[in-house]
Write a protein that binds this ligand. Structure first.
Ligand code: ASP
Length: 333
């Protein structure tokens, strides 16, 4: 390909380990995330120039464990602008891995456009022996530059795998193979330097999302409550006191609710607070189990993990409080 015909890819940097540095190359923990700027990330991968015409913008430089709704709103607004910019063919977002899946899913629902958006990060700081960031960045840019990535929704590229934001989730706290999107969300691979797309997800996203292009600046409070032995509903009451308009209950098994917390959740729903049953189990889905829960108007979170169910519920609550309509949204997204 002629260099001046290369796709134009915008890299939006937000921090994370991919931009992290430590005082020694063998220090793989206890480093500082989000210390290097986007130009250093680009400069570390000269091969990018063979794949795309890249330009960078620094939107933040944080450890993504500190992610905020305000940064999501800023990213979504910038991505929405870039969708209309004829000088941009695709977007790569560098991000810490801790909450990368949440930012990816938020953008999957709120950006209107079919240009590729690819999030990537790294498990080892940029200063590490065998740092994984440079190859992840190159793979992410190749994916964003690939015509097959158009219209696939927001993507996550880590460790040679292309995943749908709807399903990608962090499953290891320290391995380079930190993300999985099984069983449904692995869309392709980068192998032998080439991008291969093999699958698509069916849930609504980007151009088909009712939440896309709206440029939110605030969202209703939704809390996640994680069940455990002796769960007594005290956090349900705390959430209501804090002004929650929705609760995602990370139940056990198929979304089961501890009898100690059940009445508090029924009372919350009776007061008009949306209650979504989710599960703390990483694979499977929430299934109907108790007619009492349906009668209370609890919503099934399907196979969305609790942190993504929270995002969908925040957005859905901007449109409706009706449990039947909320359930329809959860069935479609
Ligand atoms: N704590 C880091 C972050 O999420 C971890 C990483 O990027 O791998 O920003």
């Amino acid at each position: 390909m002629q260099r001046n015909n290369l796709p134009k890819i915008k890299i939006l940097a937000t921090g994370g380990t991919i931009a992290g540095s430590a005082e020694a190359a063998d220090k793989l923990t206890g480093y500082t995330a989000g210390t290097m700027g986007v130009e250093s990330l680009i400069g570390a991968v000269p091969q990018l120039a063979d794949v795309a015409e890249v330009s960078g913008e620094q939107l933040a430089n944080i450890d993504s464990c500190d992610i905020t709704g305000d940064l999501w709103f800023k990213l979504a607004a910038r991505c929405n602008e870039l969708m209309a910019d004829a000088n941009v063919d695709g977007i790569v977002i560098t991000h810490g891995t801790d909450t990368l899946e949440e930012t990816a899913y938020f953008l999957n629902l709120t950006v209107k456009g079919d240009k590729p958006i690819v999030l990537t990060g790294a498990m080892r700081p940029a200063t590490a022996i065998s740092a994984d960031g440079p190859l992840d960045l190159l793979n992410a840019v190749k994916t964003a530059a690939c015509p097959d990535a158009r219209g696939q929704g927001v993507l996550v590229v880590m460790n040679d795998i292309i995943m749908a934001a709807r399903y990608a989730t962090k499953t290891s706290a320290f391995k380079v193979e930190a993300f999985q999107a099984q069983p449904y969300g692995q869309l392709g691979t980068i192998a032998g330097g080439r991008v291969y797309f093999e699958a698509q997800v069916k849930q609504r996203h980007t151009v088909q999302s009712a939440f896309a292009g709206k440029n939110y600046t605030a969202l209703p409070r939704v809390d996640i409550i994680y069940t455990h032995c002796d769960d007594d509903g005290v956090f349900v009451e705390a959430a209501l006191k804090a002004g929650a308009q929705g609760i995602v209950y990370a139940g056990s098994g198929m979304g089961s609710i501890h009898k100690g917390a059940e009445q508090a959740l029924i009372n919350a729903a009776a007061q008009g607070v949306a209650v979504v049953r989710s599960t703390r189990v990483s694979e499977g889905r929430v299934l109907p189990a108790n007619p009492k829960w349906d009668a209370a108007g609890f919503i099934s979170g399907g196979n969305l993990n609790p942190q993504k169910a929270r995002i969908l519920l925040q957005l859905a609550l901007t449109e409706t409080k009706d449990p039947a309509k909320l359930q329809q949204i959860f069935d479609e997204y």
